[in-house]
Design a protein around this ligand. Sequence first.
Ligand code: LRH
Ligand code: MN
Ligand code: MN
Length: 384
Amino acid sequence: MRDDIRAVLRGQRIETPSWAYGNSGTRFKVFAQQGVPRDPYEKLADAAQVHAFTGVAPAVALHIPWDRVDDYAGLARYAAGLGVEIGAINSNVFQDDDYRLGSVTNPDPAVRRKALGHLLECVDIMDATGSATLKLWFSDGTNYPGQDDIRARQDRLAEALAAVYARLGDGQRLLLEYKLFEPAFYLTDVPDWGTAYAHCLKLGDKARVVVDTGHHAPGTNIEFIVAFLLREGRLGGFDFNSRFYADDDLMVGAADPFQLFRIMYEVVRGGGLGPHVAFMLDQCHNIEPKIAGQIRSVMNVQEATAKALLVDVGALAAAQAAGDVLGANAVLMDAYDTDVRPLLAEVRAEMGLDPDPMAAYARSGYFEKIRADRVGGTQAGWGA
Ligand code: LRH
Ligand code: MN
Ligand code: MN
């Protein structure tokens, strides 16, 4: 197998979310699991396990206020001591009663000020932790036609984004996340990549779009969006997860590994495998074990990446130029149909890791230890 492919796989970075380690569920029920973290420090400890066994997950995204602590610089030092670092800071302007009619798009200026204050506080936390990435998702929208003015809400959104953008320091950037619907059902203020892209273009080069793979209508060609944004230099990252129906937040590559491959192929094709695109997981493990679920997810992204790297680009380009429809499709499918697990096992051995991270983690006894040590773990955030 080619050395350059192995090198890329060794250098890949996948960020795990702090909220994946806490209890989570649906609006019907949160199933408490044993041994879940009781605070952000324990979430980092669990994330460090995912990195220890995969070697490619050194960063942990935080969600504020779910991960609120007194001393963020201290939290970053604690992370470093565990061999990980703080990744994206995720804002949360969706959990307060004040946000019933929206956050930065709310018709009430006082609520808008409060929301903006939180977003700016998130940049302070970036300064303290050394995080370079602010990830913004707005639950803003309306449930009924006529409830509020669509254009005025866009103006308010643009105003808040501009204020946050102006606060970013050198080396810091803002990722704007879109979502088709939910929690608002009639109108969502940032419903699609086009809206996010348009706002980012106005803001400047430090503003990029983040693609949460669960945030599209069924059948949406997500790889097209990825190709387009990369081509324009505006793809900031991914929130990876799987969906069957809506924003399911299931393990990435579980529902549709072929889609994940197609996305990763466009990433490779567009030169997106690098630090300028953040490969983040945004998942909840409601019924399965959490640390093992994260390890499995990281491995799924690695497998899709390995397959994407295996595409014979020369043969593909030749078939495309010749108008050979079946030949071109076969080149892509050959890569997808390759069993890359032996290759990844070798890559892990080269990195000094166990070739089978799932088995190695199970053998480590970490889960038995946290199950015994931790009593009364916290919820990831939902319904908290
Ligand atoms: C919204 C979302 C967004 C939030 C996260 C918890 O559905 O994808 O990224 O920050 O879930
Ligand atoms: Mn997301
Ligand atoms: Mn989501």
